[in-house]
Design a protein around this ligand. Structure first.
Ligand SMILES: [Zn+2]
Length: 477
């Protein structure tokens, strides 16, 4: 059922809501159409579901990773989401690869109970997912960790541990107290994810609009007016003819009191009950403008939190290193977040592979050798967010000296000049750790003296020649 809010010129004066009343006035000719304003924050983009909108996605429980008892625990996790009405439905299959593959891992960072890695296509639709479960999930049970990671596969975000201690989807912290059963807030988020995945409205610009006011998360149990920037200032007589429909998305604890347009702003007065979970609130908003304006249909989103965080600026730079074939992305120590709220991170590699891990913290990944574009999004589950990106060069080797006598660099580490030996017709390139090409040696050149302004540190030498491509790490000190 949709709530209908119709604006008339009396509305602002009397603040009386006219429901179902269409005010017919002469058409205001205005050449510009409303622009879509994208949210200024895109930390966890609007989940748009699995590619092809399947009714069912398959899940494989890796046979060699888990005992029969463990497999049964994982089945409990699968059934929890199916019983809660997830879409698509999860269906276990015996043979990999399935849409979602659940495997055990002994290479996750310390304190990480589980890691969900998923791939998206160019439309942002999910194409595959892998759940890595730490071989030691303590103090969480396997059941709770897998329930959490499957929630991500169904489009749910991590939630704020401090404000939602009973959520299975909380991103950090101890057990939710029910061995991973869904809380009321988990169920609300599932409903939003299901509806979000279902929305395909041809001809409508559809997006998430973040409220531009109030500047902080709202408190559960509070009456608030949320402002959304429509991108165009609408004259009163156009607004008078506009039909405004605003509904909470599958949210029994949120109520819309009124909604009206004033200039470029849509004001939506909402009331939430104290029981409302901390996270996002979602409003399905449809604005039917008179000709020649295009109608707008979008989700209005804002934060609701028991412990609203004040607006702050912070940075989340990361460094990376390689070790034993693993890539470590370390950001926790250098993150400048100044408040006490828990943080949520998401890593995106090469634009399409996403990483979310239960327990937060630094990342340990396996990546193919070559350059990768790594993006890190960090937020406090509320208004404050930071972003950092870097191109990294993964060599697939961490050996400073190596046994391959076709390619030799000496001395290594070196102080002023290093020398090379390599086969004829080899191209030699030198990169920094961000994958930036610094120099290409002249044909036959067998030594390299870094320019005086070059910083001491790690560099990579890439040989491309008759013996294939080989990248070696050198240390300039
Ligand atoms: Zn998570």
């Amino acid at each position: 059922m949709k709530k209908l809010f119709t604006f008339t010129s009396n509305f602002l004066k009397s603040n009386i809501l006219f429901i179902g009343f269409l005010f017919i006035a002469s058409l205001y000719v205005f050449s510009q159409s409303p622009e879509i304003k994208r949210g200024d924050r895109d930390v966890i983009p609007g989940y748009s579901g699995w590619a092809g909108d399947p009714d069912t996605i398959t899940v494989n429980i890796d046979d060699s990773s888990f005992t029969d008892a463990e497999k049964d625990s994982i089945r409990v996790a699968i059934n929890r989401w199916n019983e809660a009405g997830c879409l698509p439905v999860l269906k276990e299959v015996d043979d990999p690869p399935a849409n979602i593959n659940i495997v055990e891992s002994d290479t996750l960072s310390d304190g990480v109970a589980g890691l969900y890695v998923w791939n998206e296509d160019g439309n942002g639709d999910v194409t595959s997912g892998t759940i890595y479960v730490n071989d030691d999930t303590s103090p969480l049970s396997l059941k709770e960790v897998v329930t959490h990671e499957l929630g991500h596969a169904l489009g749910l975000d991590d939630t704020d541990e401090a404000a939602n201690p009973s959520d299975v989807m909380k991103g950090t912290g101890p057990t939710n107290g029910s061995d991973g059963n869904l809380s009321a807030h988990d169920s609300t988020e599932l409903t939003a994810a299901v509806i979000s995945a279902l929305i395909t409205i041809p001809g409508f610009p559809f997006d998430w609009f973040w409220a531009i006011a109030p500047p902080m998360a709202i408190l559960p149990g509070e009456f608030t007016v949320l402002d959304f920037d429509l991108g165009t200032a609408f004259p009163p007589d156009v607004v008078e003819q506009t039909i405004i429909m605003v509904d909470p998305v599958g949210d029994p604890y949120l109520f819309v009191e009124t909604a009206y347009i004033e200039d470029n702003l849509l004001h939506v007065a909402v009331f939430s009950e104290k029981e409302h979970g901390s996270g996002k609130l979602y409003l399905n908003i449809e604005l039917d403008f008179p000709e020649p304006f295009e109608d707008m249909h979008f989700w209005g989103v804002h934060y609701i939190n028991m412990f609203p965080a004040e607006p702050v600026d912070f940075d989340c730079p990361f460094n990376f290193n390689e070790d034993d074939g693993l890539v470590h992305i370390n950001w926790v120590e250098s993150c400048t977040y100044p408040l006490e709220h828990p943080l949520r991170a998401e890593l995106v590699v090469d634009g399409t592979t996403h990483y979310a891990q239960r327990g937060g913290g630094d990342y340990t990944l396996t990546l193919e050798p070559g350059t990768h574009f790594v993006e890190l999004y960090v937020d406090d589950y509320q208004i404050n967010h930071a972003y950092y990106s870097q191109t990294i060069l993964v060599t697939g080797t961490n050996e400073i000296n190596n046994e391959n006598t076709d390619y030799v660099i000496y001395p290594n580490p070196f102080d002023a000049t290093c020398y090379f030996s390599y086969p004829e017709n080899t191209k030699v390139e030198i990169y920094d750790t961000s994958g930036n090409l610094l120099t290409i040696l002249q044909k036959g050149q067998k030594k390299w003296t870094p320019a005086p302004e070059m910083a001491a540190g790690v560099y990579f030498v890439r040989f491309t020649g008759p013996k294939g491509v080989r990248t070696m790490k050198i240390v300039y000190r």
